[in-house]
Write a protein of this length. Structure first.
Length: 702
């Protein structure tokens, strides 16, 4: 159990689980002691090594086989009580079950079981208005200073109130003098009237004049134009001349990721470990004439952990991690991509030791002989590739810079990138196998609170073909489902639904008639029994579940099968024929009970035809066709002509017809079992593996 790699620890745990409990109890006690020490150490350095999962597995077995143990053993009770104080909530739940099974009251949990949301020190994200508020305030302040802090001038009044009174007052008095006035008085009144009119005109002119200076008026008129131009340049060109952003969109950091944060890809870790050994002790390798690879190319399907592995490499070597996407080098204007490459490598040299990580390098490093849609785009891509090659050729062993690239299309890369001296170390990061998936689930479930019934080993068997990213999402979806129903721990039902969401899609609330539900039950039960009633027991594949609840975008029900030993890599002719029988089981079941089949088996026929075509045209499993491969090429062209295609079509139909006849005989012989499974599905809608086995083989365990 001292081995560092998580998959090896889990494999050793499986060996212990297969031995009698009397022989393994001392090892379990040692494991619980080591796990308690690891838990204390984890509180100091946040280590994510899967001790909690090994500890939980041992506790679950102790709870199951408590009758074979001596409850009064001090070492056992002390170990269980210590585990009940563990920081991991799932371990505490398993320890509580073990203590209860031994007749020991666990008491209340000493740790808080409620997940806390860690306070963040990051500033809250500003809204759009808050982002632009400083600019708006600055514009307002400039306007206030330029215009003298006054409101915009209004048109001058034709007759101000005070002056109007002075003009109209004499007229009023004149009207009230019935006998008229002397000439002198009339002259005085006229002079007063003229003076008042002059003062009125002068006041109106003063009010109409702007009080700001010429500079203020200029700023007021130019400010909106300047702001508009600045906004256009910022949004269209990132503030660079000509609307072209020449700065590479790189991210620099010192990652805290370590190899303990990586699971399920142990073979890839071994290859990366060699690079770390070279960086830490180069003299040992140079003495033998070895040189460190200048570039590492990680290739594999999406979501398998290529970026995580590169971050762990930087974290283990305490190097600066500089990441950038390959698409960030692609620009419309020739020369911009090459300039970004130069700036990227210059930044790496200044930050040495550093690791440059180029994600999706196929976006810029495709084979230059493939052509393109525009000559300018090809010139830009070629200059960018040439600049990358030039920078890598300029490295020496003392530069302290390592280039790591990731892609899921390694076959499309230019040969100059992948030759020795450039990306000369190729690491395949593939989909995890069964034990790797179990290790990944254990890694991501460390912070989750799982009930004792959750079996990660079973989940790993059910999730064949899923990447690490999907498995992480399964645990997260299960936690969300548990929180949605107000539970204090993640149950097996939550995990089961999360797996369904990841593989076939979430449940849909469709209102189906009883007749339609019965037809779906007939179809799905036909799939299950065509498999489990196979005359050759070695060809039967265990069924994990069957349901008639609609899922995803089109599935009205499904049956999920999975091998006991995890993934399959080879198939015999008999196994492929058994797959044909299972695929056609739903169609045959509908034909038997309804006299015809519906549109439901459409996807089943597609799957069966694909298998049969591979058997005939690719695998040489037809005596009539011989061993020659007759499958069409990538352009759909047959290499042998129409006569051979017609013969292959006939052979494919023979395979499918023979499979249909075998399956029909099998289902007619098991009609009672078929009827019982249909009724069980109508009542429960979903059947588990144990319920399916009991219906298919009532007197024996599958």
């Amino acid at each position: 159990m001292e081995e560092r790699r998580s998959e090896v620890k889990i494999g050793a745990q499986r060996i212990l689980d297969a031995l009698p409990i009397e022989n393994t109890l001392p090892h379990y006690l040692d494991l619980l002691t080591l796990a308690a020490r690891a838990d204390v150490q984890a509180s100091k350095d946040a280590n994510t090594d899967p001790w909690w999962y090994l500890q939980r597995t041992a506790l679950k077995r102790l709870a199951r086989e408590a009758s074979a143990l001596k409850p009064g053993t001090p070492e056992l009770s002390d170990a269980l009580k210590t585990a009940y104080k563990d920081r991991n909530a799932s371990v505490r739940l398993a320890a509580a079950d073990a203590l209860t099974a031994l007749g020991i009251d666990p008491g209340p949990e000493v740790s808080d079981d409620v997940a806390r949301v860690e306070p963040t020190t990051k500033a809250p994200k500003r809204s759009g208005f808050a982002k632009w508020a400083p600019i708006l305030l600055l514009a307002g302040a400039l306007s206030w200073l330029a215009l003298g802090n006054r409101a915009p001038s209004a048109p001058p009044p034709s007759n101000p109130p005070a002056i109007t009174q002075q003009i109209e007052a004499p007229a009023e008095s004149a009207k009230t003098d019935p006998e008229g006035a002397p000439l002198e008085q009339i002259a005085k009144d006229a002079k007063r009237t003229a003076d008042a009119a002059e003062r009125s005109a002068t006041a109106a002119e003063e009010m109409a004049k702007p009080k700001g200076s010429f500079l203020g008026a200029l700023v007021w008129n130019l400010l909106p134009i300047v702001l508009l131009v600045w906004l256009m340049r910022k949004f269209m060109g990132g503030g660079q001349a000509g609307g072209v952003n020449t700065k590479p969109k790189m991210h620099l950091e010192k990652p805290a990721t370590r190899f303990d944060d990586v699971a399920g890809i142990d073979e890839s870790l071994v290859e990366v470990q060699e690079i770390i050994d070279f960086l830490r002790d180069p003299a040992r390798f140079k003495k033998l004439g070895a040189r460190m690879p200048k570039g590492v190319l990680m290739e594999g399907p999406p979501g398998t952990g290529k970026t995580l592995l590169a971050r762990a490499l930087a974290g283990e070597t305490d190097a600066t991690f500089i990441s950038i996407s390959g698409s960030d080098f692609v620009e419309l204007y020739v020369g911009m991509g090459a300039k970004r490459v130069r700036e990227l490598f210059e930044t790496a040299r200044q930050s040495a030791p550093a690791i440059i990580f180029i994600d999706e390098i196929d976006a810029v490093g495709k084979n230059r002989g493939d052509g393109g849609s525009a000559r300018g785009g090809n010139d830009e891509r070629e200059q960018t590739i040439n600049q990358i090659l030039s920078e890598m050729d300029g490295f020496d062993n003392s530069s302290g810079v390592l280039v790591v690239a990731a892609t899921n299309r390694a076959d499309t890369l230019d040969a100059a990138l992948t030759r020795p001296g450039r990306f000369d170390r190729k690491i395949h990061v593939g989909l995890p196998e069964a034990m790797g998936r179990e290790a990944i689930l254990a890694l991501h479930a460390k912070k989750a609170r799982l009930t004792a019934e959750v079996d990660l080993r079973l989940i790993a068997r059910r999730t064949a073909g899923l990447s690490g990213a999907f498995l992480e999402n399964v645990i997260n979806e299960a936690a969300l489902l548990a929180a949605r129903r107000g539970a204090d721990a993640i149950s097996a039902a939550d995990i089961d639904e999360a797996v369904d969401r990841a593989t076939i899609g979430g449940k849909r609330s469709l209102r189906l008639s009883e007749a339609l539900k019965r037809r779906i039950a007939t179809h799905e039960a036909g799939h299950v029994l065509a498999n489990l009633l196979n005359e050759n027991a070695a060809l039967r594949v265990p069924v994990n579940k069957v349901t008639i609840m609609p899922h995803g975008s089109g599935a009205l029900g499904f049956a999920e099968s999975g091998g006991e030993d995890g993934d399959r890599y080879l198939y015999t002719r008999g196994e492929l024929e058994a797959r044909l029988d299972t695929a056609l089981g739903g169609l045959v079941a509908e034909k038997i009970l309804y006299g015809e089949w519906s549109t439901g088996p459409g996807s089943d026929l597609e799957s069966a035809t694909r298998v049969a075509r591979a058997m005939i045209q690719q695998l040489g499993m037809s005596e009539e066709m011989g061993l020659a491969q007759t499958a069409p090429d990538q352009y759909g062209q047959s290499p042998f002509g129409g006569e051979v295609d017609s013969k292959a079509h006939s052979e494919i139909n023979k395979l499918l017809t023979a499979s249909m006849e075998r399956t029909e005989a099998r289902l007619r012989a098991g009609a009672e079992k078929h009827k019982a499974m249909i009724e069980a599905l109508m009542v429960k809608e979903t059947l588990s593996a144990d319920e399916i086995a009991a219906l298919a083989h009532p007197k024996q365990k599958l």
